[in-house]
Design a protein around this ligand. Sequence first.
Ligand SMILES: *Cc1c(COP(=O)(O)O)cnc(C)c1O
Length: 392
Amino acid sequence: MSTENKYDLNEILIHLGEERNNYFQAIAPPIIQSSNFVFNSIEELKRKIQNESSEFVYSRGNNPTVSILRQKMAALEHAEDALIVGSGASAISAAIISQVKSGDHIICVQKPYSWTYKLLTSFLNRFNVTYSFVDASDIEEIKKHILPNTRILMLESPNSLTFEIQDLEACAALAKQHNLVTIIDNSHCSPIFQNPIDFGIDIVVHSATKYICGHSDVVMGVICSSRKIILEIFNSEVMTLGLTVSPNDAFLALRGLRTLPLRLKRVDHSAFIVFQFLKSHPKVLRVYYPFDPDNPQFKLAKKQMSGCGGLISFEVNTDSKDNIHTFFKALDKFLCAVSWGGHESLKMPSLAFHDIEGQEDSPIPWQMFRLYIGLEDCDYLIENLKDAFDQI
Ligand SMILES: *Cc1c(COP(=O)(O)O)cnc(C)c1O
């Protein structure tokens, strides 16, 4: 592969990493379901053990099927190298843990993914790592919270419920001035719509469970960064905590990648049409969508994202919880489930996080729904939305 087409999508998705000479010229890569690999000499054993992250020694570390995926994910994110781990949560945890020690401080966006929040507030705090959640849409707010022991600036742009974004270029520049490592959860955009490394971000993590695998059948995470950082995370967090994926899941992810740009183009297009429908509907109070021209962050969103994907949130204009139940029931072409990024459209009612005994209500209004627009025809989905609104 020549350098000028290093990031060419066609090249990455069809050719990169596929060494067909090694497996009977098969088009589809083999699932090398083997825990360990044989050495023919002491020399070979010695050499491979010394370089375990890129050789095949033991599948807790590296595996030929997983290795193809690593190469493609690194190229997709314009990174030097990548690691594939057991979940998005383990990708986030490994990336963050790899950059701190006891006594350090982390600055994190407000309302990060729930398990990022848990990692900081009820896991790393046990190891004397402190944190501040800041409104990172304002670079001055971030600056104000930098302490002498701050090590990480943790970003998530956009977040996957109300879609606040951060100025990635400004965040990366500020972090470099203060010697902070920048990490971003890029699950919402996938590498198709946003490449944070181009803006100077150090580590990009993904829940590959979402768009990358794309068929609601695999849980997986990805970490993309420099060769140096990836090697450190491999030798420490990945190997000690054993954050492995199975070759079979890597195969499914590779299969998912073949259609990643197609699927994203489709959900992006459909979601925009659904956004326009919701925006003009009299029973909708408010719509949350990064490419809403009325969004105060619209210009920044357009600068750093080439698409939005399939997530939209909105508030139903009602004072009645019964109406929310009626609307929910009528919206029967959307499955109610967590997660997103698969073939199927989903609905997530905020009301489920209210009126829970012994718990504070969620700060998100109970009138809000998050929709994930899947691969169905958008006319089919809009028809169902129309019907559901007509019933309230
Ligand atoms: C789902 C999700 C994660 C966690 O990924 P898992 O694969 O479920 O562990 C992290 N960040 C975001 C934004 C997500 O949507």
